[in-house]
Ligand binder design. Structure first.
Ligand SMILES: [Zn+2]
Length: 106
């Protein structure tokens, strides 16, 4: 059996993941279920090929139910100044909340 070309597979997987996320964002307005199906496929490709989902795309995923978080449709985004100022993103599908601290010093 021919050894699979790792670099080629990784590149192909990355392209497919990006394309599936783009499709998910396009369809979220009309068919959220289909958008989540695209995300599901992208996650499966990522797991099977062990290619990471880019950080900026991972931010758009719910940690609780893996659905695509789109402000106004599947997520609620609020800025809060209490305690340390933070951004809270609530998933409207399962209700899980992610918080991002603002003005973090590096
Ligand atoms: Zn969720």
């Amino acid at each position: 059996m021919v050894k699979p070309n790792r670099a080629y597979i990784n590149d192909l997987a990355r392209q497919r993941i990006l394309r599936l996320f783009a499709l998910a964002v396009e369809t979220i307005h009309t068919d959220p279920a289909l958008a989540n199906r695209y995300v599901e496929i992208a996650l499966r490709i990522s797991m099977r090929t062990r290619v990471r989902i880019p950080k900026e795309l991972k931010r758009n995923l719910c940690r609780g139910c893996n659905s695509l978080l789109y402000p106004g449709i599947t997520s609620r985004v609020r800025i809060s100044a209490s305690r340390s100022p933070h951004l809270s993103v609530t998933c409207l599908n399962c209700g899980s909340v992610r918080r991002y601290v603002l003005n973090k010093r590096r």
